[in-house]
Design a binder for this molecule. Structure first.
Ligand code: ZN
Length: 149
């Protein structure tokens, strides 16, 4: 590493930033009600994980808002259903919902947000998912969260 650094190679910089981003992921969303990925992988070595959500569209959050919410697979739909009743003021998440492992605010086009949550209580024996809790979006805006060793 040091040898490469002294050499001033770009390789070192690439390796360095890849290391730093192990415990974080960026997910994009758009005006077509889509995430740009169907899976987020969390290395089991992380104690915390950060997800940055970008909305690359232009529509306001009132009509095409998105968030990134992580729950177990079985809790996804119930959390989204309760979130619908909670409304935009609560970012479509029932206040104090302890089934939520991590969740960002709802954002509109051109905005970005992030959430950092603890990974330590997660189990490889459990199935996890992420989704957008904006009413009606979970049908297409969802994916799996995998714990890797
Ligand atoms: Zn959405």
């Amino acid at each position: 590493m040091i040898k490469k650094l002294l050499g001033g190679t770009a390789l070192f910089l690439l390796a360095s930033s890849a290391f730093a981003s192990e415990c974080e992921a960026t997910v994009e969303s758009n005006d077509a009600m889509q995430f740009n990925t169907k899976n987020v992988t969390i290395p089991a070595s992380c104690t915390e994980f950060t997800v940055t959500l970008k909305h690359t569209g232009q529509l306001p959050k009132q009509s095409m808002g998105h968030n990134w919410v992580m729950t177990t697979k079985e809790n996804g739909q119930p959390v989204a259903t309760d979130g619908m009743s909670a409304g935009l003021d609560n970012d479509y998440i029932k206040p104090g919902d302890d089934r939520v492992i991590g969740a960002t605010d709802i954002i509109g086009g051109g905005e970005q947000t992030s959430t950092t949550f603890s990974v330590e209580g997660l189990s490889k024996d459990e199935e996890y998912m992420f989704f957008c809790s904006f009413p009606g979006h979970i049908g297409v805006m969802k994916g799996t969260v995998t714990l890797s060793s």
